[in-house]
Ligand binder design. Structure first.
Ligand SMILES: *Cc1c(COP(=O)(O)O)cnc(C)c1O
Length: 404
């Protein structure tokens, strides 16, 4: 679909400079973002966008929340980086908060979701080496997304990645999602862990059944395997509880967090139960682990999410958004409105997700299309009903132009 927007001289200049210097990895719209507030973003020309992507479910509190700005600027004046070789107080306090809130015991901090998952994988292989006679295989699911390091691209179940960057990192067995029998059938003496997302986000918003997650817990108990839940996207209130697993009445052995954890500041975490706190000296670390700015950012965001009861609000406003989508459904042939909290997906009658995203953006609404015929909504946990109404109104206009 051809862009109908005319570009300002300022944007044209920036895009020309971009062409000359920025490595190509993706086709991006001809927009340069300048500032944000709550659910709104503005580009360099001052055009507003109602943001229902929020950096892919990252900005839990919306753009530039004052608590985050205050925490970062205060810390920046005191200590930006001591060294991961020394403790810092925000690190200890953030670990304490996540440990208390999660029911898991120990926390290791990194910067990205992929790194948090790498930590979980290393822990699983360590556990297999020490406790399961060298078992190293991890069972993951088709359509899964665990990040973009080489190992996590191998762990992910994205068909388009199967032949990419060969050779693959070995040790992953992929089975269909939400299929307990398939997992049971894939367990061998080489298996050390099962890793799943409670809601597949990038895969197109597919919610795991309660019986599935509880069944995985039972299989892990029976075979002494680690249950690893990748909550990089679902954690920190996104799906209507602080952690998604709380809605499944199970406790994972290892949990990974990222995205919303820092509300836009890069911070991620690998959590484990005491029994699996088994790394030895030198086996895990990193230059930016538990970086003080990241620690105060995460602390401020998680405390605010809890204080303002944002998981409950996400649950209520998610239902409100889904009701609004249900009202649009007959007119546009929308199907399979699904999700949890403010992680919501809907299928279009045609493979036109990318076109809807373009037209919606031109109308001033930011959406995401994780699959050809799927739209995904991940507004800030602080989004208002008025903003949801505005988004539905703009969405209807976009669907009108693309589908009718
Ligand atoms: C986004 C995502 C990741 C990867 O996080 P990065 O910060 O991009 O490395 C991993 N797992 C899930 C479920 C995600 O949604």
């Amino acid at each position: 679909m051809a862009a109908t927007q005319t570009l300002s001289p300022q944007t044209q200049t920036l895009l020309a400079e971009m062409e000359a210097a920025v490595m190509f990895t993706a086709k991006r719209p001809p927009v340069v973002m300048a500032r944000g507030r709550g659910s709104w973003l503005w580009d360099v020309d001052g055009r507003p966008y109602l943001d229902f992507v929020q950096g892919w479910a990252v900005n839990a509190l919306g753009h530039c929340p004052p608590v985050l700005a205050r925490a970062l600027s205060a810390q920046a004046k005191v200590l930006v980086n001591a060294s991961p070789a020394f403790y810092n107080a925000p690190w200890i306090h953030f670990a304490q908060l996540l440990s208390q809130q999660s029911g898991l015991d120990k926390v290791f901090f990194t910067s990205t979701g992929a790194e948090a998952n790498e930590g979980a994988l290393k822990l699983a292989r360590k556990y297999g080496a020490v406790k399961l006679n060298g078992a190293y295989e991890v069972i993951t699911t088709h359509n899964a997304f665990h990040g973009r390091t080489l190992a996590m691209m191998s762990a992910s179940g994205k068909a388009a990645w199967d032949k990419l960057f060969l050779p693959k990192v070995p040790g992953f067995v992929h089975v269909p999602f939400n299929d307990l029998a398939a997992v049971a059938g894939a367990i061998t003496k080489n298996t050390c862990a099962i890793m799943v997302e409670p809601v597949q986000g990038e895969g197109g918003v597919h919610v795991a059944d309660v019986a599935y997650i509880q069944g995985l817990r039972a299989l892990c108990d029976q075979h002494k395997l680690l249950l690893i839940l990748d909550e990089v996207q679902t954690g920190i209130g996104r799906v209507g509880s602080l952690f998604a697993y709380q809605q499944y009445q199970v406790l994972p052995d290892v949990l990974t967090l990222g995205k919303g954890l820092g509300g836009g500041f890069p911070v991620s975490a690998t959590l484990c139960r005491n029994a699996y706190n088994i790394f030895e000296v030198g086996e895990q670390g990193g230059t930016f682990c538990a970086q003080p700015l990241a620690m105060v950012a995460g602390l401020a965001v998680v405390q605010e999410v809890i204080r303002r009861k944002l998981p409950q609000r996400a649950e209520q406003n998610g239902r409100y958004l889904m009701r609004g989508l249900a009202k649009l459904a007959p007119r546009f042939g929308l199907k399979n409105i699904r999700g949890k909290g403010l992680l919501i997906g809907v299928d279009l009658p045609q493979d036109k997700g990318a076109d809807v995203v373009v037209v919606a953006r031109e109308l001033g609404l930011l959406l995401n299309s994780p699959q050809l015929a799927t739209l995904r909504f991940m507004p800030a946990l602080t989004v208002s009903r008025k903003e949801i109404d505005q988004a539905l109104h703009l969405l209807a206009q976009a669907l009108e132009r693309v589908l009718i």
